[in-house]
Design a protein. Sequence first.
Length: 244
Amino acid sequence: MRAVILAAGKGTRINTGSITVPKPLYAVGRKALIEHVILNLKSAGILNFVVIVGFMSEHIKDYLKDGSELGVHITYVYNPDFHRELGVSALAARKVITDENFILTMADHVIDPEIIKGLIKRMDATDKCILCVDKKIDHVNDIDSATKVLEVDNFINNLGWSIKEYNCIDCGLFGLTPKIFKALEKAQNLGRYTLSDGVLELVSDKEFIVMDIEDKIWTGVNTRSDLIICEELIEKMGWRRDGK
């Protein structure tokens, strides 16, 4: 199974100073943010990656190279429309992923490998798309920026960062089937470019279920202060930095 990592955006909330750095390359401890993402996925058994790049793409490619230094293999896909929403980057993965199921995550979300292992197991048992969600809403950092999810009977009923009724939070980790590409394309043909827009195209057909991460931990990084929170969680949880 392959994992797609979305790493194309400009990171406008974190790049607020005079020095601009690709968000995935911001340091968390002694490693880049995207390194932690890759190594946690590797710890869960994923060795093949598709990294969607755009803004300052050569810096990311120069840093990660072909992935061999991390014990993985990386294929890069360039998204020239990286200034658009995440759905455009997700659809770009169709250039190399055609008829296989895959994991999709963000370059700025660090997730406990045990969550990823649980997702892989769940993917083997269903033909639905899966979104990992956190029902521990009070523990979510920066709730205002989080994508909210309304789950009903284990299916996504609605999602978006501005919805008023919700009972869990999107963790930024998906188990997807190729159906997502048709859904994203349909949404974008209608002028809707977010990843959530593509997900919503499948919601009405009962094609998207949720997986509660229960007591497990994850975090997203939007600002420089979030980098400190991310590093503290990595130290607290003892997540494997070497990927072994």
